[in-house]
Design a protein around this ligand. Structure first.
Ligand code: SF4
Length: 492
């Protein structure tokens, strides 16, 4: 999962993406990059590196990124070690010069590599899905130009049509064509988010912004315009004219995990505010908890969130149960990625520092811990142990997400089912493994009605995959391409 953003029609667009990338930092902390294009000089500027946005872009670097069109990326590695060659944005030189950044996964990776290399004689140099999307876009435009067409919004849309017909998966893409303008498209079912913002300038023209989340528009002083539709191609030309082309008629299947965990609480997607959904999840989870409390004679003294994503749900749950809400775990916001510390003892101390117990609120209490989801279960087990060591009498765990039993092949980092704590295990078995006195999961039907979108991707919960994929091929492809290892955990 990553954050993407694009901006056209603004002076110093590259510099303006700096706050935008901060607004998307939670979507990826491994690396960041900005690519810009200066129409007056006809030049691209690219800066990207490993690290947080603040580390990658000191002011002197930002000043070098010139022009009124720019796109940016925050990277979260779902695939592969963090290799500098894989960092985004990426560019190709023909036709014109195309730059792109994306969020998501290509699921027919082998097939597309084969097509690009063997049938179209273009080599690939990275292990990043984006390189395939970029080549496919370039091939699509080249085919049109070689058929005698001139570069236009229609030609770009036809090229994108070719891309979405061949490249399967879940992806949102923002790109730019040198001298021409900025484009955005997504997979035909819109599994990954991309929103459009705009701002009227003094010449009565709109500048446009594309972003994974809505708070970017607030940061840049833009208004939210609308979501990119599933299978839609949008092109904003250099004169800031907005062109839209439908590439597919398929029904939207947005990823439910955006509302559960991944998206910032301040964003909205499909008109459903994330914070409001999380409150609603807390409310229905409270009803489920009440039922279990009555059935099993459970007494709860305090409701506490696992920071930070579960806060809204825990708050609402506590209100409904009329039980005190307490913060029993404090997240140290200054501890960054702990794997960069080499000394094991220091690294362990850094991991311990990430979540610290508030013993005065824990000792002797029956605590209902609320988490957004339980993926691998390792963090949950560690937290439960921490609460017990801090003197908790009983520890119960409630999850706003139903059991995650199946892998995700669409860009959230759990492509191997066996690593999931709920994979082929009953709820009682999961509770035992985690070491809790009781476990409450939100039922899938309640989750669906709380989010309130008729058709979503919930494949990791129910196995109904919107894009078919062979798990064996997917894993083989990825391990072959990455040389093994290096995966980072999402909400482990
Ligand atoms: S499988 Fe789960 S995490 Fe992956 S896209 Fe679907 S809902 Fe989201």
């Amino acid at each position: 999962m990553c954050g993407v953003v694009g901006l056209i029609g603004e002076d110093k667009a590259g510099e303006k993406l700096f706050p935008a990338l901060f607004a998307l930092q939670h979507r990826g902390q491994d690396a960041a990059g900005i690519l810009s294009f200066d129409f007056s000089r006809g030049e691209f500027y690219l800066e990207k590196d490993l690290g947080l946005v603040s580390q990658v872009f000191p002011m002197d670097k930002l000043e070098k990124i010139k022009g009124s069109m720019a796109l940016g990326h925050t990277r979260y590695s779902t695939i592969g070690t963090v290799d500098k060659a894989d960092l985004q944005p990426l560019i190709v030189s023909y036709p014109n010069g195309i730059g792109m950044a994306h969020n998501g996964n290509v699921t027919n990776y082998n097939e597309i590599v084969e097509y690009v290399r063997k049938r179209r004689s273009r080599w690939t140099f990275t292990r990043n899905d984006l390189e395939l999307l970029l080549h496919m876009m370039s091939i699509g435009v080249s085919d049109q130009l070689e058929a005698g067409k001139t570069l236009s919004a229609e030609v770009m849309a036809k090229a994108a049509q070719q891309v979405v017909e061949k490249v399967q998966g879940a992806y949102s893409v923002v790109g730019m064509m040198a001298d021409e303008g900025m484009f955005a498209f997504n997979d035909t079912q819109g599994i990954r988010p991309l929103l459009i913002g705009r701002k009227l300038d003094q010449n009565n023209k709109y500048s446009y912004c594309f972003a994974s989340e809505k708070q970017v528009f607030f940061a840049l002083g833009f208004e939210y315009f609308r979501d990119l539709k599933p299978g839609e191609f949008v092109f904003v030309d250099k004169d800031q004219n907005f062109h839209s082309f439908p590439l597919s008629e398929k029904q939207a299947r947005p990823c439910m995990f955006e509302w559960i965990y991944f998206a910032g609480a301040e964003t909205e997607w499909h008109g459903r505010p994330v914070y409001d959904v999380r409150l609603r999840l807390g409310e229905v989870l409270a009803n489920e908890t009440k039922r279990k409390m009555q059935e099993q004679g459970i007494q709860i003294d305090v409701v506490a969130p696992v920071p930070d994503t579960a806060r809204a749900a825990a708050l609402r749950l506590a209100e409904v149960l009329k039980t005190p809400y307490r913060e029993v775990l404090i997240k140290n916001r200054y501890v960054q990625r702990s794997f960069i510390v080499n000394e094991p003892a220091v690294r362990k101390a850094m991991v311990n520092l990430k979540l610290l117990p508030v013993e005065s609120e824990i000792r002797g209490k029956n605590i209902l811990l609320v988490d957004d989801s339980i993926v691998r279960g390792t963090t949950s087990a560690r937290i439960i142990q921490l609460l017990r060591e801090s003197g908790a009498n009983k520890v119960y765990l409630a999850s706003t997400c139903p059991p995650i039993r199946n892998p995700c092949f669409y860009g959230i980092d759990f492509p191997e089912g066996e690593a999931l704590v709920a994979h082929q295990r009953s709820e009682d078995q999961v509770a035992e493994l985690l070491g809790v006195d009781g476990l409450i999961y939100l039922p899938l039907s309640e989750l669906k009605s709380a989010i309130g979108i008729p058709s979503m991707c919930s494949a990791c919960l129910d196995g109904d995959y919107p894009v078919s994929v062979s798990k064996a091929d997917f894993i083989n492809t990825r391990s072959h391409n990455i040389g093994g290892g290096g995966k980072n955990e999402v909400n482990p």
